[in-house]
Design a protein around this ligand. Structure first.
Ligand code: TTP
Ligand code: MG
Length: 349
């Protein structure tokens, strides 16, 4: 096992700005922010060029213009960012079914089942996301959720950082307290007023004192800086099945024709499962007759599979046990009872 390094946090680099650069490459290398065009607008994000001038998220546009008069301002296009975010998550689901979506550009993956060196895995994911979307990401890997998040922010953009148990708390001591997940702007200011700026200052404060001043947050912070975080990845989507289903332009009656369709669907389904690195135990078929009566039949295998031969043979077996009394207008083949295929082959890299 990967020395308990079961958490992978991924965060897109300058997300909204990078999407805009993809659509308009002439923006690359120039200071650019995404945000409202009006004077009262604020920046949603700045590309890395603009960050050199001190521009950042939530800064008013008028201030950005003062700091960098030649900054290019691009209006926000949420639909486009949602679409790109979806594409990124599709890539991530090829690696793990246990994914927690933290925001539009951020996710935490449970990678406990992946037997790959974590750096190789992170680089592989970076390459795959880039190949599918043209976007770059930073990745952090650690033995708990908050450290993985911190690690993903470590050397942006395109960073990979791994935090192992023996590195904590040493590696955290010189960090500004604002880097600790859970400490927002307000509590950061409160800490500053108490003369606490860095994690090493926080380390000096005992648990009772932290609880007294910050309540529950104080206790969380006390644990976090000592590398204690027992939260699990909260799966936000759990697919129950993956299937291929189609309504025909003309009803089919002939059994050989139906089997030909099953052959085609089984191949597509197997390809889909393999690309997501998923195996399943329950194969089912669904038939809708031309009077709209629907029949589904399923069979559960001893061991999970995703090869087309098994899907095809079992689906045909199910078909053979259905009385085909009328022409059919819809056919579906699906796999349920899914699990992640543990073996990620290095040769695929
Ligand atoms: P972030 O991941 O915080 O920022 P980022 O991806 O632009 O840059 P980084 O490389 O540092 O990760 O946020 C993701 C997107 O969310 C960001 O591109 C724009 C949007 N956003 C806002 O709309 N308002 C905000 O205040 C922040 C912080 C982000
Ligand atoms: Mg980001």
């Amino acid at each position: 096992m990967n020395d308990d390094l079961n958490f992978l946090h991924i965060d897109l680099d300058a997300f909204f700005a990078s999407v805009e650069e993809l659509d308009n490459p002439s923006l690359k290398g120039k200071p650019m922010v995404v945000g409202g065009r009006s004077q009262r607008g604020i920046i949603t994000t700045a590309n890395y060029e603009a960050r050199k001038y001190g521009l950042h998220s939530a800064m008013p546009i008028f201030k950005a213009k003062k700091l960098c008069p030649h900054v290019i301002i691009v209006p926000t296009r949420h639909d486009k960012y949602e679409e790109m975010s979806k594409k990124v998550f599709e890539v991530l689901y090829r690696y793990s079914n246990r994914i927690e979506k933290m925001s539009i550009d951020e996710a935490c993956l449970d990678i406990s089942h992946i037997n790959l060196n974590p750096t190789i895995l992170a680089k592989k994911i970076q390459r795959d996301v880039f190949k599918s979307t043209g976007l770059t990401v930073s990745i952090g890997i650690s033995y708990n959720k908050s450290l993985a998040k911190m690690a993903s922010d470590w050397n942006k953009p395109q960073g990979v950082k791994i935090i192992t148990k023996d590195m904590v708390p040493g590696i955290l001591l010189n960090l500004p307290i604002g880097k600790i997940a859970g400490i927002g702007k307000k509590s950061e200011e409160k800490f500053h007023k108490m003369g606490i700026y860095k994690v090493k200052d926080l380390m000096q404060i005992n648990k009772e004192m932290l609880e007294y001043h910050f309540g529950k947050l104080g206790l969380v912070v006390y644990d976090r800086i000592r590398g204690v975080d027992n939260r699990q990845v909260e799966t936000t989507r759990k697919r129950k099945s993956i299937g291929i289903e189609r309504t025909f332009s003309e009803d089919i009656y002939n059994k050989d024709d139906i089997k030909n369709k099953i052959l085609e669907f089984s191949m597509d389904l197997s390809k889909e499962l393999k690309s997501r690195k998923i195996i399943g135990k329950t194969i089912s078929i669904k038939i809708k007759f031309n009077d709209f009566k629907v029949i589904t039949r399923s069979i559960t295998l001893e061991n999970p599979r995703n090869d087309f031969e098994e899907i095809y043979h079992k689906a045909c077996y199910l078909l053979d046990n259905i009385k085909l009394e009328k022409p059919i207008r819809l056919l579906g083949v699906a796999m349920a009872n899914l699990q992640k295929d543990n073996i990620i082959q290095l040769s695929f890299m």
